[in-house]
Write a protein that binds this ligand. Structure first.
Ligand code: SF4
Ligand code: SF4
Length: 224
């Protein structure tokens, strides 16, 4: 979106980016990076397990953590280089454009460092596919911010879009958005099945990547 051009990438700072197995394999193979470098297994508090089940969030059990503690998989966050005390996605690149351009560019710049292989959550943000309605819907981040009184309100690095979204912001991408949101939904449903299978006999977290790869290798079935 043109809108993103001068933004601090607030969305890459304030939201957890949940990962599907296909995101994990794609990033790992593209960057030749082990899962442990970029994936965080985040413990789900017991009080939130039901909500995650309702939201169809894939959750994993690990042998070393016992059979009650569920985890969700998300991209790691790290400290921001540009904004003291702020955090950002591990892959968000930050530039002090003002300094680099001798003041000609009046703002800082943040850009995705893995744009070509970024997770589907990022590709589709802020759109979601609603399978029952066969519809793609967008929740305007600007309005979310306007209505919010949470911990990020008013904090510069976490600011979301600078104005409400318009239909034109998405028109030129509409085909891509629809495809990506449908795929996102499919990948999530498949990863739910992978998680269910893993959770029947949870292994050590170190073995999760190999398990995921095997499940994805087998996901196209040859019917005779
Ligand atoms: S992967 Fe890229 S687009 Fe997604 S949150 Fe990280 S920096 Fe932003
Ligand atoms: S917060 Fe809005 S304008 Fe900023 S990068 Fe994200 S989608 Fe673009």
């Amino acid at each position: 979106m043109d809108l993103c051009k001068e933004c601090n990438s607030g969305c890459c700072r304030r939201f957890l980016v949940y990962l599907s197995g296909s995101d994990i394999i794609r990033i790992s193979e593209t960057l030749q990076m082990d899962l442990g470098v970029f994936v965080d297994a985040i413990p789900v508090p017991e009080s939130k397990v039901e909500m995650h089940i309702k939201n169809r969030a894939p959750m994993f059990l690990f042998k070393e953590a016992g059979n009650k503690q569920y985890f969700v998989l998300a991209l790691k966050s790290t400290e921001s280089n540009l904004y003291p005390d702020a955090s950002k996605c591990l892959f968000l690149l930050e530039f002090d454009a003002q300094q680099l351009s001798n003041g000609k560019i009046p703002h800082k710049l943040s850009r995705c460092g893995i744009h070509a292989c970024r997770p589907y959550t990022c590709r589709t943000f802020p759109a979601m596919y609603y399978p029952k309605e066969v519809a793609v819907k967008i929740k305007d981040p600007f309005l979310l911010m306007e209505n919010e009184h949470g911990k990020y309100s008013g904090q510069e690095p976490y600011k979301l879009c600078s104005r409400p979204l318009s239909r034109e912001d998405f028109c030129k991408f509409s085909e891509g958005y629809v495809k990506d949101t449908v795929l996102d939904n499919y990948e999530n449903e498949f990863f739910l099945q992978v998680a269910e299978k893993w959770n029947k006999t949870p292994g050590l977290s170190d073995n999760l990547y190999d398990f995921i790869v095997k499940e994805y290798q087998n996901r196209i079935e040859l019917i005779k």
